[in-house]
Design a protein around this ligand. Sequence first.
Ligand SMILES: [Fe+2]
Length: 200
Amino acid sequence: MRSQTLTDFLAAARAAFMSKVVAPEAKVSLSHIFTALESPGIMSGATGARLPTCAHLAEATDIKNLQDVSLRRLIETFLALEPDLQWGLRKGDWTNAGPGFAESHANAMIVGPGGAERRSDVWIGVSLVAPNIRYPDHTHPPEETYLVLSPGQFMQGADNWVEPGVGGTLYNPPGILHAMLSGDAPLLAFWALWAEPYKA
Ligand SMILES: [Fe+2]
């Protein structure tokens, strides 16, 4: 049984991603993702765990000046779910990570491998990066759509850094190199990956 907090979060994520997404490929990807999520996976039952970087959560999720209804709902449902999440450091490659990266980021898988709901077809999670930290360059086979909830810059392939802004989205095609970079504010972004074609 999927918990009520996760049910509420996934409904809010569906509404927020679908209302903000621009790239046609991302629309197709998200439609695969949220259709698959109509069938629940296995609840992990694990106890939530935070990292020191989570001290930035309050600032990163402050919605008092946020007007957008779908983004407000996304943050509210995320905060209700957050105590059940296991925050951890990035696994894998740390190429080009900025100084202090180890102490200055936290990721949580919400649904997906090791997530609050365990499944391998869809990965939805969140990244929190402390101010003025460069996240490593990385790639992964599944295509990915980011929904950005804070200031901060993003890089993709050989392109320049861009700042999508609050409510901005980015689509990463399968295998493309990408990274993110926080400015003076913490960076908060949700990501949704369609992993069904790559399931083990
Ligand atoms: Fe990624």
